[in-house]
Each structure stands twice: as structure tokens, then as C-alpha cells.
Design a protein around this ligand. Structure first.
Ligand code: 5GP
Ligand code: MN
Length: 323
């Protein structure tokens, strides 16, 4: 059940130390929301850090101005451990134990599939991004939103809404962002950092990945993949394959797009729906989750194995989908 934002505000106000936990394979919303919270907590005189377990994607690294740490040995004395944009504990991967050791655990999230895993949970699946919830949380705390906080929130909302084009975007999203402009934030700087600063190696990788595309289920679905070998050949990193699944969905008549990332002994699956399909239902079949139009899961084994399993599942789903 949802706790009120006021109850979470009360806990945060009391706390002296706060450790923030964005989900693994961090994205713009998870990092932007965490950075906004971290800045705000420090402005409120608290000791605050963001605990991550991987390198930040290069186009998001500008957001981290000394907030992120990679290691934390003992959290016995941490007052509040705060999960951000995480639907379930598995999204904290190797940081689970540290999170659960917090004196109080809190989760704020916007995933429909959230499992209410913390002591205090605030989930709103109508929010386009977790950053919208962070915005209201900071307001409720009486925290002034300065330009730095605003840029982090803007980065989070812009990325999770596909620059305000996805169906999760609402009037409220625009009203929040409109207010962020009043802080004097530089939204163009954020856009240039995130979207117009691409390494040529990434472009090569995207080309290689797109060239693996296969269309199936009577032209209504497609699937493509990236392997570790392709990363080596292009001298690129896995996070540079982000964005491919949206390009797959852009194609005419495609209702479901699937993109596979080869990891060690497992495959990370990302899915997108265009209009009627709910890809979180397919991700759920494999122990994953997400939103109607953007979901994911992890499948053990090889790319070939994962590809066949997902293709069957997507085809089955589309065969039963009306309209
Ligand atoms: P992406 O394809 O960008 O990695 O993820 C799309 C959406 O699905 C995101 O909202 C993300 O939080 C969710 N998602 C992706 N992978 C997983 C997963 O393995 N488990 C769960 N529960 N959600 C996921
Ligand atoms: Mn999000």
C-alpha cells in the first residue's frame, strides 16, 4: 500500500544520513531523480550519496557532480535507504543487502509492476517519470528547486517521456517542466549533453545492431540484438546501444519492438509497444516488468535461445490481441 508523501517527508526530515539507490542499468530517470534528491538532501544539511554499481552511461555522466559512489561497506548507521525508480528488489542487484540494512527503507517509483518492497512505498504509475514524484516530494519538504536540481529533473523527465512524445506525457508533466524553467535552468545544455554528444563508435554500433533486425508476426513485431563481439568490433560500450529499441518501434506497422543485449551467460531484453499492446505482460512471463509501452526482463542463456523464447511469446501475445 502507498504511504503518503508526507510520511516520507517526515522520515527524510528526521534523517541525518541518506543513501540513494537508483536501479541497475541506470537510465536518465533513475539518475536524474537520484541527483535531484541528493542535491536537495545536502541542501537540507544531510549526508547524502547515490550508490551505484556500474559506470554511468557517458551521455548522463555530466549529471554527477560528486554525488555517486561505487562502494559502501557498512550501512548499519544509515538512517534512510531510498530506492528510486525501482519496481522490485532485483533492480538493486548487488546492492540489495546494503539497501535492506537501512534503519528505514523507502521506495519512490512509477512502475505499474512495483512490488512494494520497502518499509515506506510511494508508487504512482500515472507519473510519466519518477522525477515527477521527486518534484512533489521536494515541494512537500519545502525545498526550493534551484537550477541544478531542475536540470536533473528535466533530464529525467525528458528521457522517460521520449522528449514529451510518449503517451505517459500529461498536462501535469508540462506544468512541472514549465515551472522548472523559472529556476533559470539551461535545458538546451541538458539536451546537447544527452542527445548531441554521440561518439562515432556509438553510431557504428547502432548501425550494426539495426542490421540484425528481423521482422516477424505478420509485420507487427521486430527483433534485433547486440553481442559482446559487436561491442569489440565497434569499440563501443553496451549503454551505447540504448535507443535502438525505440528506432525499431519507429518502423511503420510495428506494434512490438524487441532488442536483446548479450551479457555474460544471460540476455537483457528490452521491449517497446506502439499503441495497443502491453509489453509489461510479456516481460512478466520472464520475471521482469516495467510499463505498458516499455518493459524488460533478463533471460538466462544465449542470444539464440532468448530470441526464440521472446519471439514465440510476442507472436502468441499479438495473435490474441484484438484490433
Ligand atoms: P529498458 O528497455 O529501457 O531497459 O527498460 C524499459 C522499462 O522496463 C523501464 O521502465 C525499466 O524500468 C523496465 N525494466 C527493464 N528491465 C527490467 C527488468 O529486468 N525487470 C523489471 N522489473 N523491469 C525492467
Ligand atoms: Mn522511470
Amino acid at each position: 500500500m502507498n504511504t503518503s508523501l508526507d510520511k516520507i517527508v517526515e522520515e527524510l526530515k528526521k534523517a541525518k544520513s541518506i543513501l540513494i539507490f537508483p536501479h541497475v542499468r541506470i537510465d536518465g530517470d533513475a539518475l536524474g531523480s537520484s541527483v535531484a534528491l541528493c542535491i536537495a538532501m545536502r541542501l537540507q544539511g544531510k549526508e547524502a550519496h547515490i550508490l551505484i554499481e556500474e559506470d554511468l552511461p557517458s551521455n548522463l555522466a555530466f549529471l554527477d557532480e560528486g554525488y555517486c559512489i561505487n562502494e559502501y561497506s557498512s550501512s548499519d548507521n544509515i538512517d534512510v535507504c531510498l530506492a528510486v525508480d525501482c519496481s522490485d528488489l532485483a533492480r538493486l542487484e548487488n546492492r540489495k543487502e546494503i539497501f535492506l540494512n537501512g534503519k528505514v527503507t523507502v521506495s519512490i517509483d512509477h512502475h505499474l509492476t512495483n512490488e512494494y518492497f520497502a518499509d515506506l512505498n510511494y508508487v504512482n504509475s500515472d507519473s510519466a517519470a519518477t522525477a515527477e514524484i521527486v518534484y512533489y516530494l521536494l515541494k512537500a519538504m519545502g525545498q526550493t528547486i534551484d537550477a541544478k536540481i531542475a536540470e536533473a529533473l528535466y533530464a529525467a523527465i525528458a528521457t522517460d517521456t521520449g522528449n514529451f512524445q510518449y503517451s505517459n506525457t500529461t498536462k501535469e508533466t508540462h506544468l512541472i517542466v514549465a515551472e522548472l524553467y523559472d529556476t533559470g535552468m539551461d535545458h538546451n545544455k541538458v539536451a546537447v549533453e544527452i542527445y548531441q554528444n554521440i561518439r562515432p563508435e556509438k553510431v557504428k554500433l547502432v548501425c550494426a545492431a539495426l542490421s540484425t533486425m528481423e521482422i516477424f508476426s505478420n509485420g507487427r513485431a521486430n527483433i534485433a540484438y547486440v553481442t559482446q563481439d559487436m561491442l569489440k568490433q565497434c569499440n563501443a560500450t553496451m549503454d551505447e546501444a540504448d535507443g535502438v529499441v525505440e528506432k525499431l518501434r519507429d518502423i511503420r506497422a510495428i506494434e512490438i519492438a524487441v532488442f536483446l543485449k548479450e551479457e555474460t551467460d544471460q540476455v537483457k531484453v528490452g521491449m517497446r509497444a506502439k499503441s495497443k499492446a502491453d509489453v509489461s505482460m510479456i516481460a512478466n512471463q520472464f520475471g521482469g516488468g516495467g510499463h505498458k509501452k516499455a518493459a524488460g526482463c533478463v533471460i538466462e542463456g544465449t542470444i539464440e535461445n532468448a530470441k526464440q523464447l521472446i519471439k514465440d511469446s510476442v507472436h502468441n501475445y499479438l495473435s490474441n490481441l484484438k484490433g
